[in-house]
Design a protein around this ligand. Structure first.
Ligand code: FMN
Length: 168
């Protein structure tokens, strides 16, 4: 199985989650782990799973994620199994916003097939008021990301291969 994991991260939390996700997927096969800024024009041919994640800022995706999707044409990820995640504060989604919702919407627009609902991982508390810096991840979130990624791999591995013109 070949997976591609793309992430954006300003303060390192989403990067650490992406690394944990990549580590879990690496136990099932080949993994490419890339920051969003370096993923423009990425070729997904041959990949079985595409995972994209980023921080929630001002209730939405950060500019580097938005830019990444502006480089992905509508329909160009046709039928690519995919999953979206974000980091955000632990609050009702309508209050915090969720980058993962935006990522999932963009993935669908590009033709990808979301194999699970979008997932959020949480930082503990709010940004430091004097520096604006992000709080750390809540304890256990890296492990939860690892388990989440393993469940994605299970779904991909157990889904039937699609053979043109033939029911399998
Ligand atoms: C400028 C800024 C705005 C933020 N806005 C939100 C927000 O609207 N909703 C939310 O849940 N978290 C918000 N956060 C918290 C971030 O989601 C959290 O710091 C981020 O997920 C950390 O990811 P990173 O370390 O990968 O940058 C904000 C953080 C910053 C620094």
């Amino acid at each position: 199985m070949k997976s591609i994991v793309i992430y954006a991260s300003r303060y390192g939390n989403t990067r650490r989650l992406a690394e944990s996700i990549a580590e879990a997927l690496h136990t099932r096969g080949e993994v490419e782990l890339l920051p969003a800024d370096e993923a423009h024009g990425i070729v997904t041919t041959g990949a079985n799973l595409l995972v994209i994640g980023g921080p929630t800022e001002v209730h939405a995706m950060t500019p580097s994620v938005v830019q990444l999707f502006s480089s992905i044409e509508r329909g160009s990820l046709r039928d690519m199994p995919a999953a979206a995640f974000d980091t955000r504060i632990r609050a009702a989604r309508w209050l915090s916003g969720s980058a993962a919702s935006g990522i999932a919407r963009k993935l669908r627009r590009a033709g990808a097939k979301l194999i699970v609902g979008e997932e959020s991982f949480f930082v503990a508390g709010r940004a430091n008021p004097s520096t604006g810096e992000s709080p750390e991840l809540e304890p256990g979130e890296l492990e939860r990301a690892n388990t989440w990624a393993a469940s994605l791999a299970d779904i991909v591995e157990t889904s039937s291969p699609r053979v043109p013109g033939k029911t399998v």
